[in-house]
Design a binder for this molecule. Structure first.
Ligand code: AMP
Ligand code: MG
Length: 342
């Protein structure tokens, strides 16, 4: 199969629509990361997404809808505080998990009686969702466990020959996946941190909890995706705390001594100077929270391209948006996978 990358035009949207209504999948840009999209009502398309990604079949998908799509077509109950969250943050990088049964393909939620729904703000994503006018399930467009894609090229690198079309909407500026927030209970519960922070949700709803269980191999998580080693570059990885710069330096030298050809060093802009005299490829995350979120995945992909070892140093600031950035960085550098084998 030839994989085409096309800018978003009336013609490419028409082509995407044809693929979607023949049970195919199309990669689409969003403001967070690129997604691998298929019709949420179509069992064949949904199963294809799991197959193409190599995604574990207990990790449910998020349905993406355009701003005017009638949410009640796909969920059972809309809690009043969910409307407040939608009014405050949507369209944007916030996914809400609603009570829902049997309204979309049963493969979407992997047996859970909930459905995760998101309204992306990216103009290209909105144009595509309006063109098809069905909910589109769209997990990140990367091979399962690999680094999520923030450009059409990243998607091409993972799926060349496996999908027919990538709609190119430029770089995803948000850079990390949406905040996933459960709205099935009394108060919102964050299942996956992202650009919409706990503090932002609290400011709208008055309360917000964070689901943070300590999971062991074999445990069932509320949001199954959190069980897996994820977002990982295909090179050896080591992660150090922001106050462990000396240990990070030692690790670089040790790896070089042990024969590593190229070592990449990922850190925030403020500490780059600490590593300038070492034999490393320096990858600066940037200064602001937004920059660090936006740059993270591109740099993890760069690391695997140019180096055989990545030594990463955590940024100092770890609250707000950095909760999401740290969540991804830690999983990317996890040495063991607590999820089941794929
Ligand atoms: P991805 O689409 O690759 O960004 O992953 C989607 C994330 O949303 C994963 O962490 C899923 O576990 C989570 N998710 C999707 N649907 C649900 C749901 N119904 N309940 C809880 N978490 C969900
Ligand atoms: Mg993903």
């Amino acid at each position: 199969m030839i994989t085409h990358i096309k800018q978003i035009t009336t013609e490419s949207l028409e082509e995407a629509k044809k693929i979607i209504f023949s049970s195919g999948v199309v990669a689409i840009p969003t403001e967070t990361v690129y997604g691998l999209g298929g019709n949420a009502f179509d069992d064949v398309a949904v199963k294809k997404i799991f197959e193409v990604k190599g995604r574990p079949n207990d990790n449910p998908l998020i349905a993406h809808i355009h701003s005017d799509y009638d949410l009640m077509k796909i969920i059972d109950y809309d809690p009043p505080y969910a409307k407040k969250l939608r009014d405050a943050f949507l369209p944007g990088p916030l996914t809400l998990v609603y009570p829902a049964t049997n309204k979309v393909s049963s493969f979407v939620s992997c047996g859970l009686n909930t459905l995760a729904v998101r309204v992306p703000s990216h103009a290209g994503a909105q144009a595509f969702l309006r063109a098809v006018d069905v909910p589109i399930v769209a997990p990140s467009a990367n091979i399962s466990k690999h680094v999520s894609p923030t450009s059409a090229k990243h998607v091409f690198d993972d799926f060349n020959g496996k999908i027919p079309l990538i709609l190119d909407g430029g770089n995803s500026i948000g850079g990390i996946e949406s905040t996933v927030c459960d709205v099935t209970g009394e108060v919102p519960v964050i299942l996956r941190p992202g650009l919409i922070t706990k503090e932002m949700i609290e400011s709208v709803c008055g309360a917000c909890e964070v689901y943070a269980p300590t999971l062991k191999k074999g445990d069932k998580a509320k949001s199954p995706g959190m069980m897996y080693k994820h977002y990982s570059p295909r090179c050896k990885t080591y992660l150090f705390g922001s106050n462990e710069i000396d240990l990070a330096k030692e690790k670089v030298l040790e790896q070089k001594k042990n024969g590593a050809d190229k070592v990449a060093l990922l850190c925030e802009e403020n500490v780059v100077k600490e590593f300038e005299t070492l034999p490393v490829v320096l990858l600066s995350l940037g200064k602001s929270e937004a920059e660090m979120a936006s740059n993270l995945y591109g740099l993890l992909r760069k690391a695997e391209e140019v180096a055989d070892v990545l030594v990463a140093v955590e940024p100092k600031k770890q609250d707000g948006v950095m909760v999401g950035v740290m969540n991804r960085l830690k999983k990317a550098c996890l040495s063991v996978d607590i999820g089941k084998d794929e």
